[in-house]
Design a protein around this ligand. Sequence first.
Ligand SMILES: Nc1ncnc2c1ncn2[C@@H]1O[C@H](COP(=O)(O)OP(=O)(O)O)[C@@H](O)[C@H]1O
Ligand SMILES: [Mg+2]
Length: 1046
Amino acid sequence: MTHRALEVRESLEERCNRILRNMEASLTARDRVGIQDFVLLDAYTSESAFLDNLRKRFNENLIYTYIGTLLVSVNPYKDLDNYSKKQMDTYMGINFFELPPHIFALADNVFRTMLSEYNNHFILISGESGAGKTEASKKILQFYAVSCPSTRLLNNVRDRLLLSNPVLEAFGNAKTLKNDNSSRFGKYMDIQFDHRGGAVGGHILSYLLEKSRVVHQNHGERNFHIFYQLVEGGEEDLLRWLGLERNCKNYRYLVQGDCAKVSSINDKSDWKTVRKALSVIDFSEMDMEHLFGIIASVLHLGNLKFEADARGYAAIKNNQEMHWVSKLLGIPNQVLQQGLTHRKIEAKTEEVLSPLSVEHAVYARDALAKATYGRTFNWLVNKINESLANQDPYRKTVIGLLDIYGFEVFSVNSFEQFCINYCNEKLQQLFIQLTLKSEQEEYELEGIEWEPVPYFNNKIICDLVEEKFRGIISLLDEECLRPGEATDLTFLEKMEEKMGGHPHFVTHKLANKSTRKTLERGDFRLLHYAGEVTYCVVGFLDKNNDLLYRSGKEVMQQSKNAIIRHCFPFSEPDSKKRPETVVTQFKNSLAGLTEILMSKEPWYVRCIKPNEAKQPAIFDDVLVRHQVKYLGLMEHLRVRRAGFAYRRKYEIFLQRYKALCPDTWPNWKGTPAEGVRCLIKHLGYKTDEYKLGRTKIFIRHPKTLFATEDAFQVCKNQLATRIQAKYKGWRVKEDYLKQKEAATKIENCWRSLMARKERERRAWAVKVIKKFIKGFMTRSQPACNDNSEYLAYVRQNYLTRLKENLPKTVLEMDSWLTPPPILKEVSQLLQNIYIRSLVRQYVREISPQRKAQLLLKAQTSSMFKGKKENYPFSVSRPFVDTRIALEDINLKVLQIIQHEHIKYSVPVVKYDRNGFRPHLRQLIFTQEAAYLVEETKIKQRIDYTSLKGVSVSNLSDNFLILHVTCEDIKQKGDLVLQCDYLYEALTKLSIIADKQSSIKVVQGSVRFDIQPGREGFVDFKSGQESMVYRAKNGHLMVESSKAKSR
Ligand SMILES: Nc1ncnc2c1ncn2[C@@H]1O[C@H](COP(=O)(O)OP(=O)(O)O)[C@@H](O)[C@H]1O
Ligand SMILES: [Mg+2]
């Protein structure tokens, strides 16, 4: 098991334990304080049992009880300390029936259903005035604000959602006899959630503010809170600026109920809350200035007094108040005065100003005050909506909260109560439609066995009020619009005429004797679903007309106050075309509301008022029983008991739980109904636990569903892990495929690029080769276009090759590259230059010694080259300074000849002139003469001057014959010598003795003087072998082999 799965299991275990603990706790609690879900009530048809249960719980401060998913709430009239953050956390994400009933449980359930089913919901909070609707709606809002996922941005929205409440309450709530904080307007608020459940925005629709309260309050009631808050809490500077005094009693509009101060209301601290809230919901200082200006100006208006002037027309008595109104609304005093005391009348083509009587002026003043306040209230709602608006375009789901004024019965009931109670009739109708009726209809439609539950349908009352042409509203409008003298009483008569005999309508005239006693003449009574209400007809027409004289409107249009200008736009249709009456507007807006609600999933909170005294711990049985009755709670319970706790369309049920059965997961191939059948079989549902309808499954007990839901939660986690793994795998594979594709693409591109390059290269090569061939073919023609490049190539090629293959020495000139025909001449020139450069280089590198040697060699060359056969072999043998070292010459000899400077010595073989015997001798050249030395003896000295010449043969032998001038017989004759270093010795001699030209190369034989007058011969010839011998003819025969001889 994976770590994650373990975690899930652990937390599930923990959760189970906690649930068990809670369930135990609530079970014991149930024993003690009744039953927490009326569905579990044994005597579920007994009203007394129902009431007993409510009372028991109420006495233990357990104000919430369920009827299935409907929440019944009894107003405790005291702080219960069970709305803390901790409580919210406890109820968050818990199945509805796991914990004791609570408004938070309902809120959480709605929220979670919305998230999982992704649809819109609304919570209808109903109950009569003071039953705790507004408190309940605030608790729900707080729950969402605190427990929904939040971010900094969302916190901003959250603050605004929360703070819109005190502002709207300040301007729209008032103390009534029923409730110290009674909502005098209807409020429907959408809370918008993003897909993660973050509250991201809101929108408020308001319904029919009870404007008449601005100018009149019944005894024991107050005007709207804001007036008292401003006067009591307003800062000194502000009050001064508004011209107000800190005393509510000074303002006529605030004192009619004679209860400006109430202990349960702290106007001062409420003022602070409102001011702070206004700034959070984007009201600028300017907005607030204008807003309070209006509130104050209404108070000043209320204090305006009129007196009759001489002609009996109204004139304003207290100019001071006038001044303030004019200042605060930014309307010139004159204009305002005229607007309040005159009325515009259209007389054919022109408009005439007609002065008003005092009575009319008072009416006009009050009308203006009401209109100003009412329109400002609408402006306020719009402004709040702007601040709550969510701009992001993603789809949102909403939870709507409907907190509307509850059913109201006072001792005197007027037009307002008529509207309010009509509204409650409509909501009851909606409730009936959505639950009781739809429930029964649904069972029938689904073909589920069903025991019909009788219930009271209030449609008959709704029709009585709103039916076209026949209903009370139609009659009222008719009277209002009718020309002639229509009055409230004519309206009453009309009703009596049309409604006579209707079981829910009665008047003094229509009533029987006993009832008549309870009815005044100007009264009519409606038997509402929630009870009888007697309405006093006085003021109905007037309030329905809600006339504001045109002059009054026109005056307001000149205001410098931005809010007023916004509320009284010039574009308003003028009075010629009658605006819709108040009641018709209200009827239409309720129809709109019904439409809004019908498109959403309903949830209900039914609020019950335990006593009329607004006191804690008092449970007025009669009062409560009455409410239980008219709220239809018993019927609802019966329907619930007969029915099933849960139903869902097969598709939806299957979609949600299909993961719980291997056959339905991941996809079911058959119909959804079959799928659900298969699924519940797998889950082991017992036959009495469910019913299968035509399109829906019905589950009788919540616990069956909870078990399924819990299993699903566990499975979901496992699935999530699997899906995650699959997804990860898929993503990696996807990445891999993408990379592979990319690699192939790149490869292809690269290959095509290479192929293109190759093709270009080949095309180029073909061109080059063609050109080359053409060039080759025309290479011997004169340079032309065709061959110029080829020739250049040949040239370059030859030259580069030549450069790389140059002979290293002059001697290797044979290896000089054979030039192409066109470069023959150039090659020759280059060769010459190269040789010269080699030579120059060679010469440069040569040392003086070597130079001397070479000079010697050159000398030798000039003497023998091409003349003597073995000369070439001598070339490579270097010359040395001497062949006999000084120490090898006998000292005696040295002593004799040293002064002549010995230049060169070489061993020779001397052949006797007679007999030609060979002897080894040393031949020494000094500066002066050549010496032939035998050991210690100088055998012969030949002064160079007496050296006539030297002969050598042209063959390969090494013989030399030194011819001497021989004038004296005693003198020795020519010398016949053989010297291994013939060329060296002769060259040295030619230099030392300057005898170059005396050295002769001869052919055949050489004659020589043995002694003066006696001659001998040396014959030379080539032979097989080298040998020297005396020939028969007495000549010395020197034979030398052609081959290399020494
Ligand atoms: N849950 C509650 N806990 C404590 N007091 C409550 C609760 N609900 C209502 N009240 C008291 O009842 C008064 C009237 O409730 P409210 O919600 O204004 O009635 P409604 O809106 O139904 O006319 C509140 O001002 C408050 O004092
Ligand atoms: Mg309220």
